[in-house]
Design a protein around this ligand. Sequence first.
Ligand code: AMO
Length: 451
Amino acid sequence: MERTLIGKLGEKVGQEVSISGWVDVRRDQGKMVFFDLRDRSGTVQGVVLPNSPAMEAAKELRNEYVVRVGGLVNKRPEKNVQVGKANGDIELEIKAIEVLAPAEPLPFDLSAEGFNLDLATELDHRALTLRHPRLRAIFKVQSVIIDSFREFMKSQDFFEFQAPAITPATAEGGAEVFKVDYFGKSAYLTQSPQLYKQIVMTAFERVFSVNKVFRAEPSATTRHLTEIVSLDAEMGFIDSWRDVRDMSEATVRHILDEVGRRCASELAFLGATLPVMIEKTPTLSLTEAQEKIFAKTGRDIRGEKDLNPEDERELCQIIKEETGSDFVYVYGYPTRQKPFYVYPNPEQPEFNEGMDLLCRGVEWLSGGRRVNDYQQLLEHVEKWQMDPKKIEMFLEAFRYGVPPEGGFAFGAERMTMQILGLKNIRQASMFPRDMHRIDSLLSGAPAETEL
Ligand code: AMO
C-alpha cells in the first residue's frame, strides 16, 4: 500500500493506511500498547489492541525504531480529543508492524517532555539530539531565515553568486583568520566574501551570497563561533550609507515577517516572541550612542573607539524604553577602527560611513558605504599596511569604473539565537565549531565549554 504522510492522516478517517516513520514514544497500558509515531510531517498516536495481529511485533519496539505500520484511522472519542494538537482528534489502530531498522537503547530521554540535557551533552550527541522537536524547531526557523533572505534579495533584483572559501589575503584584517597550508604556500580560509562581493557587484550591480565564513575567534563566548553562515549583500549606485541601511532594514523586516508567518508553531513551541521593528529603526552615531549611555547610566564611555558588549546591551535597553524598538543602528565609527574598504565621512574623515545593527543587546549586522575611488583605495591599502599584490584581483576591478556602493552582512546564527532568545549561539548552529570543539571536544579543551 502507498505510504501516507502522518500529517495527512486527518483526511483518511475510516480508511486503512500505511505509514512509515520512527517510534517517538512507547507507552504500555495494561494489555494495550500505545505509540507516538513520527515522520517529517508530524506525529500521531497509534494503539495496538490486545487481540491485534501486530501485538507480537509491538512487543519488541523501542523508541527510535524505524517502522512501516498498517492500520485504520479512527476518530478519537470526544473525551480523548487533544484540542489544539495536530492529529489530536484521531488515532491509528495498528494492525501490522514491519521493522525497517532497529535502534539501540537511547543514552538519554529524547521525548518531548523528558529531554533535559546540559549543552555540552546536547552537542556531543548532536546526531541524536537533532531529532528532538526543540532542535528541529530551531533549525526550521534558521532555514526560513536563510530562505527569506534569499527571496528578498531576489525580489530586489540582487544576483546570487558563490564566493570562494580559500583566499590569498584577509579581508577584515586582524588576527582572527585560519591559515591554510596550501601546497607549501600560505592561504586563508575566508573571513568574509567582502572583497569578492565588491568585485562581483562591479559586474552585476546588486549581488548577494550565502556563504560559510571562518573566524579564528581565540576566546569562547556565548556569541562567537569559528564557522558561521554569512548572509551578504552589496549594491551599486547608492547616494549614501543610508541607502544601505534602508535596504538592510527592509531585508530584516521581511525575514521577521516570514519567520512570523511560516514558523508560528515553532515560535510558540519555543516560547519565542519576534523582536519589534518599528516603522523607522532608531539610528544614532557612535558619539550619540555614547552620550546616551552616559546620560542614562553615568558610565562614561565617550571617546571609546567601539561599543563593548555591556554598552550594546545598555544601548538596546535604552532604545527599547524610549521607542519600543528592539533594533538600533549605530554608525560613524573611527575610521581606523574598521577595515580599509569602509568609506570615511568626507566632512569628518576621522569617522567612517560604516554601521552596525544591534538587536536585543547583540550585533546582528555590519555594513556601510565602501571606498570606490581607486586612488583613495590605494591610500587606504598603504595606511592599513596591506600588501597590494595579495588583493590585486580586487584592485583591478576598481581601476575600471566603480559606482558609489555599499553593502552589509549578518550572521545566520546570531539572528537565529536572538530571534529565539537562545542563551548560547551554539544552540543556533547545527554543528557548531569553536576553539574547543569540532563535533566533539578537542583534546586538552576544558570540559566546560558553555561560556
Ligand atoms: P562583521 O565582521 O561584523 O562584518 O560580520 C558580520 C556579521 O557576522 C556575524 N559574525 C559572527 N557570528 C558569530 N560568530 C562570529 N565569530 C562572528 N563574526 C561575525 C555577526 C556580524 O554582525 N565584511 C563585513 C560585512 C560588510 O561590511 O558587508 C563583515 O564581515 O552577525
